[in-house]
Write a protein that binds this ligand. Structure first.
Ligand code: JCQ
Length: 269
């Protein structure tokens, strides 16, 4: 996979040289190219921003440097990339979107600073290629570089051979981080006792059926506590008899719409 990043802070992307992504690059599984947007700004001060039309606070990134940068990068490769624009106004970045992007041969990331990029740039390339405005969460950052690091790591670990996973392991629903509709439960390792705290008995039992059931129960407990929206959204067809018993014990019941909701008493708490 080829990844291009166009930024006014190339040094912010240094983490792409280390760990999982750095190793994938060293192995030749990822071709990462970082570009300084100011190389396509031609005035004395390499200006990339200007005041917003209509007034208001902050500055907006000028269209010309982006246009020249993207034209040159697009002409340097075979075929067409997907362009990913990190912005709090974008569609949510999810594991599903990471999987979708991980099968593309070429991604171009355009992290913005200031109040964003002149709208005409997104329109211009959106007319010709697949442009995705993507948000990594409901908060505002000073720039899109940190979101690029987040998205590249989520995508890179899915590439065949990158995590040391066989390709067959990749969409295995048992693989950690599958993120289907439940959160993962707690994990433990040696020593068997630490600061007076032991390991849940069942994990030492060697009873694989009981262990799997316990892990799923813990996943339901955590999802109930931290992400009840995932249970509300889940397809109840995915829930077996025991799942339904756990959900009922946590105060959930199947509604007329066929989805699970909190029972009245549970909502009060
Ligand atoms: C991304 N969640 C937050 C900030 C405008 C392209 O326009 C803008 C980009 C940014 C940087 O991205 C974020 C962000 N996901 O702040 C403002």
């Amino acid at each position: 996979m080829r990844l291009d990043v166009v930024t006014i802070f190339p040094e912010y992307l240094e983490p792409l040289n280390v760990s999982l992504v750095g190793k994938a690059r060293a192995r030749g599984q990822l071709d990462v190219r970082i570009h300084d947007l100011r190389e396509w700004a031609h005035d004395k001060h390499n200006t990339v921003d200007d005041t917003p039309y209509g007034g208001g606070p902050g500055m907006v990134m000028k269209p010309e440097p982006w246009g020249e940068a993207l034209d040159e990068i697009l002409a340097s490769g075979d075929g067409e990339p997907v362009i990913v624009v990190p912005t709090p106004s974008g569609v949510p970045f999810t594991q599903q979107l990471a999987v979708e992007l991980s099968v593309k041969p070429w991604l171009v990331f355009t992290p913005a600073r200031y109040e964003g990029i002149d709208r005409r740039v997104i329109e211009e390339y959106g007319d010709r290629l697949d442009v995705r405005e993507v948000s990594i969460g409901d908060y505002v950052l000073a720039g899109g570089e940190a979101p690029v690091l987040v998205m590249v790591e989520a995508v890179a670990r899915l590439l065949p051979g990158v995590l040391g996973n066989a390709a067959s392991h990749q969409d295995d629903s048992f693989a950690p981080g599958a993120m289907a509709d439940l959160l993962e439960g707690p994990v433990y390792t040696k020593p068997p006792e630490w600061r007076g705290r032991g390991i849940p008995e069942v994990l030492l039992s060697g009873h694989h059926g009981k262990i799997a059931r316990w892990r799923r129960d813990e996943a339901f407990r955590r999802t109930d506590r931290n992400r009840p929206d995932l249970i509300e959204r889940a397809d109840p067809a995915a829930f077996d008899k025991h799942d339904r018993a756990i959900l009922a014990a946590l105060g959930w019941s199947e509604g007329d719409d066929g989805r699970f909701g909190r029972t009245a008493e549970a909502v009060e708490e």
